[in-house]
Design a protein around this ligand. Structure first.
Ligand SMILES: [Zn+2]
Length: 67
């Protein structure tokens, strides 16, 4: 049984911005993301990841929030 987790961890999908391939599901900590935005002015995403369809590293953006 999957237990519902409490806390700031947010699960999102990552989509290649070049071919729109949906390749990753990841989770990140919303609190850390906010701190990072305040510190650097930009967040974790878009993030450079290897895309299997493009066969190279491309920018991936968050596609949507998953449960
Ligand atoms: Zn791609």
């Amino acid at each position: 049984m999957a237990k519902k987790k409490k806390g700031p961890r947010q699960i999102v999908g990552l989509q290649c911005t070049e071919c729109k391939h949906f390749g990753y599901v990841t989770e990140y900590n919303k609190n850390n993301e906010q701190l990072k935005k305040q510190a650097d002015g930009e967040g974790t995403f878009p993030i450079s990841k290897y895309c299997q369809r493009c066969r190279k590293h491309t920018e991936h953006k968050t596609l949507k929030k998953l449960k």
